[in-house]
Structures are given as C-alpha cells and as structure tokens.
Design a protein around this ligand. Structure first.
Ligand SMILES: [Zn+2]
Length: 466
C-alpha cells in the first residue's frame, strides 16, 4: 500500500512520490495575527498537524512551515482601534496562537513572519518586475496576470470568468482588473519599509511565495490550506512563484473543506463568537480534535453543541477502555510474557486497517474507527478470567501508535494532582486581584486543558474534573 493524496489541481487521488526520497517539504498558510484564532482556523491547523504526524510516523523526515501574516490592513486597523502598534498587536496574538495550538496538541512548525522576511519579499517582487510579469504604478507594484496563462488552475476557473466578477475600485492603478498587488505604497502614518518603489509593505500573496522559496525551495511536496484560500490566494501564489522559477510551486495541493456552525455556513460574526480560546474554557482540546477529525477533511464539517458532546462521549469510552486495561495490568502476573494469539491477530488487523485508511488520502474518521475497534477488542479480552501482561501491553502500544498520529486521547502524565490544581486556583485568584488578566486567563486555559471545570457558586469558587 502506498500513500495517496488528493491533488486539488488534478482533482484526483495521486500516489504520493516525494521530490527527495524519505523527505517531505510542506507549507500551510498560517493566520493573520490580528485577533484570536477561531474554530474555523482550527480545522486546517489540526488536520495538517495530523498529515505531518502521519508522514513522520510513516518514516518521512518532514520540514513543515506555517507562516504568520504579521503586517496587513487588519493589523493596521486593529492597532489604530486599540491605540497600539502593529508589532505589539502581532506579538500579542502570536502568543495567543501558541497558547491555543499547544492546548490543542498541535506540534510547532517552522513559523516565519512576514516582517522578518521583507528583504526576500522585495527581491522576489524585483525579479518579477525584471521579468516583465509585474509593473510599478503610483508606488504600488502589481502582477500582470495576462503574463501567466495558467492563472486559474488551482481553483479551476479561466481568466475570462475571473475577469467578469472583479470589481474595479476607485483610484485603482492596475492595467487590468484581475491584476493583483505585490507591493503597496504606505499611506501617511502607516508602518512601512523602504523599497525600490518607495516606502510600503508587501501584499498578502507574495509573502507565501517568498517564504516557501526561502524556507523550502523552488518546488515543494505539499502546499495546504483551507478551501477558501484556493482563490485568489493560492492562485496568486502559483502565478508569482511559477513565473519566477518556471517550475511547479507544489506537487500536491491539499485543501480542507469548510466548517459550518450549527449547519450554517460560517460567517465572520459567527466565527468571531467562537474563538478557540473561548471554546477551550468549556470543551476539552481532545474533543475539539476528535470532532475535527471525525469528518473527512474534504467534506464540510459541522460544529455544534451536539457534535462536541458526541466527541466528548467518544473520548470517554476510549479513555475508560484504556483505564481498564491499565488497571488490569497492575494485577497481571509480571512473568506472563505470552501474547494471546487471537488478540494479537485482531490488533494486527486493526493496525493494518488504520494504515490503509490513512494511506487513502488521510481518512481520519476511519482512523478513529480503528481506535474504537481496538477498544472493543480490549474490552472483550478483559472479560477473560486470566489475562497476560504482554497482551495488555500490546493493546496499550497499539492505542499509542494510533494516537501518536491523531492525538485524541487525554494524556495521562498531564494529569495534575489535586494539590497542584488548588495551588493554580489560588494563584489565579491572586492574579485576578492584581488585575493580571493575562495570567488569570492562562491559568484558566491550563486548567481547562486538564479537563478541570471552574464554577462560581454562592459558596465561592468550586472546581471539579470533567
Ligand atoms: Zn499563503
């Protein structure tokens, strides 16, 4: 069995062949750090974390890059609103991003920022100007889309269709409406960098082309992101990079489908009401992961109280099964090295099923099914009047093998002792008294991540484990 990946450009599942045997270079567009990430942002972050983990579990050496857009219109507006600066806004929300991703068990990638790569971006734009595929106009620089005949290949639209829907803004300095900006001249008072075209800042799309090029190379293996990024963002990335290098930007383009909230398409206001930060005060991070992975990434996913409840109860069933195996293990004879033959066969079949499904374009819902089947086998085996240590350990190892990839099980070593919980609550109370809201929030998130609920009662603050 070999890994197959659905490629947005060919619209088929293709056998995955990396550029360099044993190595995978992978890039996923990261957040614009002007606010807390919302539940819609969490879907690609969790899914591509699983892609990365599965590639690693399959023996690949994975270089994974997720950028931060730390300067753009939204950051500039936010800084104005709250009387802060763009770098301060970025710093604050990058920190919040890591708080959230760490709670969600998302492993760190290489996380370059736009503002650390301005030199590379300017050089990239200059090369496009030199080649005649970009032009300066009134201090802005635009990409000349007519010079890239394949424009539209990611989102499967042709140039005529695209031309039709584009609104021409007043004061637009473009040759053609579908041309897009590479460099924006700075308005008075805005943050800027010097460039051959005057003071300004990069457009959105160019940053990814420049960072992919710098950190991963001319052609990469996998480029991922949400379906909403296919057009215009990924279309523009491809146009920029492929005009410069004459080579494909990525061999496999992967896009996750939309996330709906209570069966409604996610609007901006709905999304803003559902930050990961808020969700994690009520829901365990494992349940969020479980829910995100329980639907195939190319299908729309519904986020609702019900679907979260189902995820919580699914995890509880798995965790109970594991707890029972561990409990029985304490009493199993230390010298019982024999593995039950029937159990061993069942576990092997589950492992094969898990790999076969993940190899088939990362079928995470079936990977979760594999875990439930394992729990079923474990529960059946525990009915035996006598069990062996080796058999129980085999079951636990298989749970770990699957969970190393999907990461939905509560981690045992993370469990805080009661005294530690009490100490953190006391520290949080103190932080609140001193109006240190950041620390108070941090502690609350930490406790939530541990499945600990805080409740304000007339008798004072109480806590309990979920
Ligand atoms: Zn991008």
């Amino acid at each position: 069995m070999s890994l197959k990946v659905y490629n947005t450009i060919s619209r088929t599942k293709e056998v995955f062949v990396p550029l360099t045997p044993g190595k995978v270079n992978m890039y996923v567009c990261g957040p614009t750090v002007y606010d807390y990430i919302h539940i819609g942002n969490a879907r690609p972050l969790i899914f591509f974390d699983v892609v990365r983990r599965y590639l690693q579990a399959s023996g690949y050496d994975v270089k994974y890059v997720v950028n931060f857009t730390d300067v753009d219109d939204k950051l500039i507006r936010k800084a104005e609103q709250i009387g802060s600066t763009v770098p301060e806004v970025a710093e604050r929300f990058i920190e919040a991003f890591f708080d959230n991703t760490h709670s969600l068990g998302i492993k760190d990638a290489i996380h370059p920022r736009v503002t650390e790569n301005i030199g590379e971006i300017v050089a990239f734009v200059q090369s496009l100007v030199d080649k005649g595929v970009a032009y300066e106009s009134g201090g802005d620089v635009y990409f000349r889309t007519s010079k890239f005949p394949e424009y539209g290949k990611v989102s499967h639209q042709n140039l005529d269709e695209l031309q039709f829907g584009i609104r021409v803004e007043v004061g637009d300095l473009k040759e053609n409406p579908q041309d897009f900006v590479l460099w924006k001249s700075a308005k008075p008072g805005e943050i800027f960098w010097a460039s051959p075209w005057g003071n300004g800042r990069p457009g959105w799309h160019i940053e990814c082309s420049a960072m992919v090029h710098k950190y991963l190379g001319e052609t990469i293996d996998i480029h991922g992101g949400g379906q909403d990024l296919q057009f215009p963002h990924h279309e523009c990335e491809v146009a920029q990079t492929e005009s410069l290098t004459g080579k494909p930007m990525a061999n496999y383009w992967m896009h996750n489908a939309y996330l709906n909230i209570n069966n409604e398409k996610m609007s901006k206001s709905l999304a803003n009401g559902l930050t990961v930060k808020d969700i994690l005060t009520k829901t365990s991070p494992q349940a969020v992961r479980f829910l995100m992975l329980s639907t195939h990434y190319r299908n729309p996913l519904n986020f609702s109280d019900d679907s979260i409840k189902q995820a919580e109860s699914g995890i509880e069933r798995l965790a109970n099964s594991i707890a029972n195996v561990k409990h029985r293990l304490q009493n199993a004879a230390a010298d019982s090295a024999e593995v039950d033959a029937e159990l061993a066969k069942a576990v092997e079949a589950i492992d094969a099923y898990f790999r076969q499904k993940m190899d088939d374009d990362f079928n995470t819902p079936d990977a979760i099914t594999a875990m439930f089947e394992l729990a079923g086998e474990a529960n059946r085996y525990l009915q035996h009047p006598s069990v062996t240590k080796a058999s129980l350990e085999l079951v636990l190892r298989q749970f770990e093998t699957i969970d190393d990839v999907i990461g939905i099980l509560p981690k045992q070593e993370e469990v805080l002792l009661d005294e530690e919980v009490e100490r953190l609550i006391a520290e949080r109370n103190e932080a609140r008294k001193q109006k240190n809201w950041a620390r108070a929030d941090e502690i609350r998130n930490l406790l939530t991540a541990q499945g600990i609920l805080l409740e304000d009662t007339p008798q004072g603050l109480r806590w309990r484990r979920k």
